[in-house]
Each structure stands twice: as C-alpha cells, then as structure tokens.
Write a protein that binds this ligand. Structure first.
Ligand code: PDD
Length: 281
C-alpha cells in the first residue's frame, strides 16, 4: 500500500495522524472510496464530484483542487503497484493548534491511501450470494447526519453487523424509524418485484454503484425507481441485490434466514452483474 499525508507520499505503515485530529476524536471527516480495476480507475469523476460536494457541505477546505487530488490518487496507485486497488481519499477537520473547541480553528487535513481491494463479496462467492439480516438497530436519522455526505458514522452499522453475526447472517441492512429499509455497512440495497426495481431514496448514501445500477437498468428498459422501500416489500421481494464500490452488484440470496426467490441470484440481478463488469473493460 501507499499513502499521501500532510503533503508527502509514504508507505502505508508510516501514515500516522495525531490523536488530536477531529476526524479521530469526533468523527468529523468525510471520505470517498473509488476502485481501480485492471489498472484503471472506475468512475473517478463521480467519486471526485461526491467528495468535493461533501467537503463543501462540511464547510471544510481541501488544500488541493480536483485535478491535484486526481493526480495524487494516481501517483498513490502507481507507487502501490496494484492492478486492482481500493483507493480512499479523506478530509478531516484536522487539529486545532490552540486546543480550542471551535471547529473553525482546526486546520483541515487531506489524506489518501491505496490498499489491496477489500471485497464485501468476492467474485467467486457471487453465485452463493450474501445472507443478510434486517437489524433491530436503526440507521441514524438523515436529520442528524446527512447521509449524502459519505461519513464515518458507523456505530449503528457495526452494531447491526454484530446483530447479524449472532443470527448467522453475513451482513446487515438497517431500517429507519418509519418501517422502511435504508442501507448496509458499505452498500445500498435494491428490491425486485414482478420485474420492477426499487431502491430507498432517503436516509442513504447516494452510492456511485447505485447510480450505475439505475443507469444500466434504464438502458435495459427495466423500470427502476428511488423511493421509500418498506420492510414488508423487502421480505416479499423476488430478488434482492446490494451495490457498492467494494463488490459491484452483489446478489442477496437469503434474508433473515429465508431464501430470496429460489435462493439463487435472480435473472435481473444476473443481467445487471454482467452489464456492470462489461462496463469495466
Ligand atoms: N462504502 N452506503 C454506505 C454507508 C457506504 O459506506 C457505501 C460505500 C455505499 C455504497 O456506495 P458506492 O456505490 O459509492 O461505493 C452505501 C465504501 C465502499 C466503503 O466504505 O468502503
């Protein structure tokens, strides 16, 4: 791996920040993850758009412009010497030199790093699919933390993951307080019923892979909409799939211990997986 920190490239083991950084102390940070597949970035523009929009929403200032960030990421990938890579860019509030409690006093920090790809579901596991539990733990309200700012507010997601492990599932999806599903630890969820596709529209990160899936479904002439998706319709779905940079389109074949459809990736999911990876070549 390779990192870029405080203006210089370094080995990933040497990338260390102060314990006084507000990113660490207060989760006051935003980040984005883009992947490199066979030596090429996938949808870097969309990730940079989202990253810079998040930085603005948090009233931070990135010391580098868009082209400079793109160049730093490319250099990190070159130095890491990886064909398939997980690339993360981060802005933290940084450290306040006067130890003040005013976020405006902190000096914002940009960090990037590149490590081997960390799949949520490996390609060779795709046929078996994911087993998912719907947690009791609710996703934090979008009125508290703006989910469109990609953030490290993961205490609810991690609590949900432990619920899932206790119930024998591989991963989790959190509900909101109104009987709808939201998202999981690092992925968005889609529901297929009678050939129609839906994905939650609020309380979720607007995933780049979610957007790719919506585009590819539209191109294939399949109705796909972002709208509230209830727990009941999730349980009654013909097919479920998850979307993430860290895995692409991933079939969900079991929900709370029950098979989704016949327990194998469904036709719309399979078609979408093919179209998604074809777009990578
Ligand atoms: N996570 N929802 C959450 C909470 C996420 O953290 C992510 C991505 C997604 C999917 O977004 P995208 O399609 O843009 O990757 C949804 C990244 C991969 C991570 O934290 O590793």
């Amino acid at each position: 791996g390779c990192a870029f920190l405080d203006g210089a490239f370094c080995a990933i083991e040497d990338a260390k920040i102060s314990v006084l950084d507000w990113g660490f102390l207060r989760s006051d940070a935003t980040y984005d993850v883009v992947h490199v597949w066979k030596g090429r970035f996938f949808r870097l523009d969309r990730h940079l758009d989202r990253f810079f929009a998040s930085v603005d929403k948090l009233r931070m200032a990135c010391p580098y412009d868009r082209d400079e960030v793109a160049a730093i990421l490319a250099e990190c990938v070159r130095r890491a010497d990886l064909e398939d890579a997980y690339v993360e860019m981060i802005m933290t509030r940084g450290v306040s030199p006067t130890f003040s409690r005013d976020p405006r006093d902190a000096i914002n920090r940009f960090i990037a790093f590149v490590i081997p790809f960390g799949w949520i579901l490996r390609p060779e596991e795709r046929d078996a699919g994911l087993s998912v539990a719907i947690a009791e733990t609710q996703r934090i309200s979008p009125l508290s933390v703006d989910p469109t700012v990609k953030n490290y507010h993961w205490l609810d997601l991690v609590r949900g993951m432990f619920e899932a492990y206790e119930r024998g599932a591989r991963t989790v999806v959190l509900p909101d307080g109104a009987g709808n599903i939201t998202e999981g630890p690092g992925f968005n969820l889609f529901v297929v019923k009678d050939g129609r596709v839906a994905t939650p529209d609020s309380g979720v990160l607007h995933g780049i892979t979610r957007l790719s899936a919506l585009d590819l479904l539209a191109e294939a002439g399949i109705e796909a909409v972002a709208r509230p998706v209830s727990l009941a319709e999730t349980r009654a779905a013909d097919e479920l799939f998850a979307t993430s940079t860290a895995g692409g389109i991933m079939p969900v074949t079991s929900l709370d211990g029950a098979k989704v459809g016949d327990g194998r990736p469904g036709p719309i999911t399979s078609k979408l997986i093919e179209a998604y990876w074809a777009a990578h070549t």
